[in-house]
Design a protein around this ligand. Structure first.
Ligand SMILES: Cc1cc2nc3c(=O)[nH]c(=O)nc-3n(C[C@H](O)[C@H](O)[C@H](O)COP(=O)(O)OP(=O)(O)OC[C@H]3O[C@@H](n4cnc5c(N)ncnc54)[C@H](O)[C@@H]3O)c2cc1C
Length: 386
């Protein structure tokens, strides 16, 4: 059984208060305007939430994964867009400079990013390469004491507002993915980084997304994060964390949709009684609650396993697969319970329904996750209790 410590429970309540007072009231407007939530983002930095997973020496909190998931879940309950921007900043956008950057790079980029003063992102995906990472064509060529990068990245979270980008590029013309390396790019200081097509999307609209064009960007050699090869393994080093985080934000969104559906079903009457008392609706709510409960367990179990130092490739994939698919189902059922009002912009249920779609591709599509889980099909009862 997963039991939160008193400190974790207190932390969750503090985040919930912040979300109820500052995130929930802003969520509809930032979604409608498809606007990066600058003020909320700065608040997250000021409150120390962006540095949860990093050591205190860099302005972080040294928090465990369970605590991080509590933060991500509560934030997503208020706005999945804000949670997506915060997750990018506090994990993928900053992880590689922390793990592989020099002390100077950490001071120059990591410390201000954890305060929320610099917006960070991670750019791997390209127009012709998503799941199939080996297919990326962005090329980094060594010239003296620098690398020159050329290529196009797309679906980059926070691209329109990003100050620092960790970019994956190939360091030779060999096929495959051994030669993928990671570079830290500074949008303000390096020439040739331009914003391409902004992506107008139906989901997490306030987590702005776009294309980044790299046109002979000169990158000093010390901005190469961890060597000219092995970038995919480096990404692999944080993938389980990304997947468990995605499971946690799925739980947060599903909770918001479930709670809205219960409140509506108790209040709305049809044929002389609240619709919650019609068995068809009551059963829907019962199924939603059951799957939400299971998603919480699989998510926090995986987070606790990470905290215990386990290698949880399969468990993290299962948590992300189950929780994201559960969020898609629960938001769909919630919209059905609202019927016509599920379509009305006046209610947040339509946003939950739209936002849930974002959970499917991020951190590996459901199909790819099944491929990963399928590699370890041996039944091991102990794994669930590890
Ligand atoms: C809102 C949003 C934000 C994002 N932010 C970022 C970001 O900041 N940085 C970044 O680098 N990327 C980002 N992405 C991109 C995301 O990681 C990719 O969309 C994801 O990897 C899937 O790639 P794709 O969309 O190109 O789909 P494809 O890989 O083209 O897949 C298409 C379909 O084929 C299936 N498929 C592919 N290969 C297989 C296989 N081997 N077996 C079975 N099925 C398969 C997929 O599951 C899917 O159904 C973001 C995406 C979204 C939606």
């Amino acid at each position: 059984m997963i039991k939160l410590t008193a400190e974790q429970e207190q932390f969750r309540k503090a985040v919930a208060r912040f979300v109820d007072s500052e995130v929930v009231p802003a969520a509809a407007a930032i979604d409608e305007r498809a606007e990066f939530p600058t003020n909320l983002f700065r608040r997250l930095g000021a409150l120390g939430y962006l540095g949860l997973r990093y050591p205190e020496a860099y302005g972080g909190a040294g928090a465990d994964m369970v605590t991080y998931c509590l933060f991500a879940e509560e934030l997503a309950r208020g706005s999945l867009s804000v949670a997506a921007a915060a997750a990018m900043q506090s994990l993928m956008g900053t992880y590689f400079v922390y793990k592989y950057g020099s002390e100077e790079l950490r001071q120059r980029y990591l410390v201000p990013a954890l305060r929320g003063d610099l917006v960070a992102t991670f750019a791997l995906t390209e127009p012709n390469a998503g799941s199939d990472v080996a297919g990326i064509t962005t090329r980094a060529e060594r010239r003296g004491d620098r690398y020159v990068l050329r290529g196009t990245k797309t679906w980059v979270t926070s691209a329109p507002v990003a100050d620092m980008l960790t970019v994956a590029a190939k360091t030779s013309d060999e096929r495959g993915m051994k030669n993928i390396a990671l570079f830290l790019l500074d949008r303000g200081a390096m020439r040739g980084i331009t914003l391409g097509k902004a992506i107008d999307k139906m989901s997490v609209r306030a987590s702005v997304t776009g294309e980044i064009l790299l046109e002979d960007v000169e990158v000093p050699a010390e901005h190469l994060l961890g060597g000219e090869t092995g970038g995919v393994e480096k990404i692999g080093g944080i993938l389980s964390e990304i997947r468990v985080m995605t499971a946690a934000i799925s739980v947060g969104l599903a909770r918001a949709a479930y709670q809205a559906a219960v409140a509506y079903a108790r209040e709305r009457t049809a044929f002389g009684k609240p619709i919650a008392e019609h068995q068809a609706i009551g059963f829907k709510l019962a199924d939603m609650l059951t799957s939400l409960h299971a998603a919480i367990l699989v998510t926090y179990q995986a987070a606790a396993q990470l905290d215990a130092g386990g290698v949880i490739t399969r468990e993290a994939a299962m948590a992300k697969l189950f929780a994201s698919e559960t969020a898609v189902r629960i938001t769909d059922e919630a919209a059905r319970i609202f019927a016509s009002y599920g379509l009305a912009m006046e209610y947040p249920v339509q946003r939950y329904f739209r936002d849930a779609r974002f959970l499917l591709p991020g951190g590996g599509t459901s199909e790819i996750l099944r491929v990963i889980i399928g590699r370890e099909l041996d039944w091991d009862r102990g794994a669930a209790f590890a």
